[in-house]
Design a protein around this ligand. Structure first.
Ligand SMILES: Cc1cc2nc3c(=O)[nH]c(=O)nc-3n(C[C@H](O)[C@H](O)[C@H](O)COP(=O)(O)OP(=O)(O)OC[C@H]3O[C@@H](n4cnc5c(N)ncnc54)[C@H](O)[C@@H]3O)c2cc1C
Length: 384
């Protein structure tokens, strides 16, 4: 068996496949031997990604649905807003996996292995990926497998460890209930007792929508609690008539300001394992795309990828830490924070802020939307 490759991609989920897609679109990699390893066959629709962007992205052809308007609700406040120049887009996991695997199947130099990675080591600039079937090596490994780094036992001082956990149902109603051009970004009109809790509703037709019950908190709920909350939300806000559940989605994402390893010798990290999940929102898809672009450029330049801690990166890391501080220490409830943001800012500004692309003027406007007496002490604590 061949055991040495030019590149090995360990973990072929969103991040691994986003890097592979770009490699297949670039002649630089046309004659390179690439091995892709994932424990799973990646043939199920295990998640749905939603994100906003202004221009078509690398996966534009598989965008499943898009919205031009968003609505936000909390108790006593609702706003519907046009998104231009943005669109809010949905990509289904299965469509991305199929698209990348179909393309890879036409490339003889790309090998796919369905096997668990036991660990990755490196020495003298060569990485060794350990598998039960034998070791494989490469001078470049793109890793998106989250080994144990972020567990609370590996806690870094000052790191917060909230979880974003959610359950979603793709439902089909018996009557027209949805506006296919309008997504509910956050609906906080649900109990906030277990932590910051909201529902988002993503209609893909007048009768079909993904309804997702989402929490930011330290602990998961019982399996029944998510189902009960979904049932009750649908009955109260969508329909009292019958509906069918076509698909179920469940997930947990770390919301942490833990400093993730970016690189260990020839091993570079991306995805959740590389810290691309935004600590304060859980959005990751677009951060992964950006990092995949940067990684490809650095591979082509022949230099080892190293993420530079720019002023901007530090600024947004501080903002994320402040929000985690406020939520973790229960200084202010999450529904009140998001309501204050949506009450006083256009959604486009909020998008720029959540994208880590806001200007200082945007930052000022966002900061003055929330109470100084709550956020200033948290900011001072995070800066010291
Ligand atoms: C249900 C769900 C919905 C989400 N929705 C959104 C969203 O709408 N918008 C957004 O921006 N973000 C969303 N996220 C967050 C983020 O975009 C996703 O988690 C994204 O899939 C992260 O990409 P990744 O490649 O890091 O991880 P994954 O996509 O999880 O890929 C990791 C891969 O590693 C493999 N693997 C793990 N361990 C091993 C091992 N030891 N050996 C071999 N293979 C292994 C897994 O099988 C998997 O294929 C969502 C997350 C979840 C869980």
């Amino acid at each position: 068996m061949n055991t040495s490759y030019d590149y090995i991609i360990t973990g072929a989920g969103c991040a691994g496949m986003s890097v592979l897609m770009r490699m297949m679109q670039d002649d630089f990699f046309a004659n390179k031997k690439i091995l892709v390893i994932d424990a799973a066959a990646k043939n199920t629709n295990d998640r749905t990604w939603c994100f906003w962007e202004q221009q078509p992205g690398v996966f534009e052809s598989i965008v499943f649905h898009r919205w031009n308007q968003l609505v936000f609700h909390s108790n006593g406040f609702s706003v519907a807003a046009p998104l231009a120049p943005y669109q809010y887009k949905m990509i289904r996991g299965i469509d991305l996996y199929n698209r990348v695997q179909e393309l890879a199947a036409t490339r003889p130099l790309i090998t796919w292995k369905t096997e668990q990675v036991l660990c990755i080591t490196h020495s003298n600039g060569i990485a060794t990926v350990q598998l039960a079937s034998g070791n494989v090596t490469a001078p470049f490994v793109v890793n998106s497998i989250l080994f144990k780094e972020t567990s609370k036992s590996a806690n870094q001082s000052g790191a917060y460890h909230l979880l974003q956990h959610f359950k979603g149902w793709l439902i089909e109603t018996s009557q027209d209930c949805f506006q296919p051009d309008m997504a509910t970004f956050m609906d906080f009109r649900v109990s906030q007792q277990a932590g910051t809790t909201f529902v988002y509703v993503l209609p893909v037709s007048k009768r079909k929508a993904l309804v997702e019950y989402t929490l930011f908190s330290g602990d998961l709920l019982s399996a029944e609690a998510y189902d009960e909350a979904l049932r009750s939300y649908i009955e109260q806000y969508i329909t009292r008539d019958s509906y069918t559940i076509e698909h179920t989605e469940w997930g947990v994402i770390p919301m942490t300001n833990h400093r993730f390893t970016q690189q260990a010798g020839p091993v570079r990290y991306i995805g959740t394992a590389g810290g691309q999940v935004k600590a304060s929102s859980g959005f990751a898809f677009q951060f992964i795309q950006k990092k995949a672009d940067e990684m490809i450029q650095s591979m082509k330049g022949g230099t080892i990828y190293s993420s530079v801690a720019s002023f901007s990166a530090k600024k947004f890391r501080l903002y994320d830490s402040v929000l985690l501080n406020v939520l973790s220490n229960e200084r202010m409830a999450g529904d009140q924070i998001f309501t204050a943001l949506f009450r006083k800012n256009l959604v486009q500004r909020i998008f720029r802020f959540l994208d880590n692309q806001s200007s200082l003027g945007d930052d000022f406007s966002i900061m003055t939307s929330v109470p100084t007496r709550v956020f200033l002490p948290a900011a001072l604590q995070e800066m010291l």
